[in-house]
Design a protein around this ligand. Structure first.
Ligand code: CA
Length: 232
């Protein structure tokens, strides 16, 4: 029995039905909110494990809902928006959302996003036990020693590559926007920072994903940012 409680925030009945049917079929528990005000209320009163949030709501802007929830809660938020609204996705991620789904989406996509988020929750709980060492598949980061190992062999990273890898690993499972990453690495986010980021990310991936073609640690989200995946 899956005990994860999902809050579904969606005013479109057909999309809402699709989500609820999917959640029921996979033994998730769920709550429904038809607008932003109810979403905020339900989050504070029922403390869901994950929030699925449509950005286009009839009362409050979805971005506002994220900002409100983030004032007191770190609950993972997956935003749902139309394909044309890439800037909204970036804004939502920068406001504190964890991931996004693009309409129209398939049941498989929805379930995959939920699994990624559940793994992220599980690894966050595990991290509280030992926070100085990060392990993901054959990747190991010893934060206190500043060393990175892949398959037991030390990886030689430049200081920026190491900073990037730490930032991604500390947010494993979460999509990080270009702005968020460049501000964390360089303290600002200028046009050419995003271009440099692309270069550093390419060299980091070359070092990280050289051995095993099947394992992909870092996902690229075109026009949005990057995410480190939790590897089984
Ligand atoms: Ca809507």
């Amino acid at each position: 029995m899956n005990k994860t409680l999902i809050l579904v925030v969606e005013d479109d009945r057909s999309v809402q039905n699709l989500m609820v049917t999917t959640l029921k079929a996979h033994d998730y528990r769920y709550l429904i909110a038809n607008n932003g005000e109810t979403a905020i209320l339900e989050t504070s009163s029922h403390n869901p494990d994950i929030v699925l949030l449509d950005l286009g709501l009839p009362d409050v802007d979805g971005i506002e809902v994220i900002r409100k929830i983030r004032t007191w809660s770190n609950v993972p938020i997956i935003v749902i928006s139309a394909r044309s609204e890439d800037t909204d996705k970036v804004e939502a991620l920068d406001a504190g959302a964890d991931d996004y789904l693009t309409k129209p989406f398939s049941v498989e996509e929805l379930l995959a996003r939920l699994r990624v988020t559940e793994r992220r929750l599980a690894s966050m709980q595990a991290d509280q036990v030992s926070s100085s060492v990060f392990i993901n598949g054959s990747l190991k980061i010893d934060y206190s020693a500043g060393c990175v190992y892949l398959d037991g062999e030390e990886l030689h990273l430049t200081p920026i590559e190491y900073k990037l890898l730490c930032l991604l690993s500390k947010n494993v499972g979460k999509v990080l926007t270009h702005t968020f990453i460049t501000q964390n690495i360089w303290g600002h986010s200028w046009e050419n920072d995003v271009a440099s980021l692309r270069v550093f990310m390419a060299t980091l991936r070359k070092k990280l994903e050289k051995n095993d073609d099947a394992v992909q640690y870092i996902q690229t989200h075109v026009g949005i940012g990057y995410r480190m995946m939790k590897v089984e």
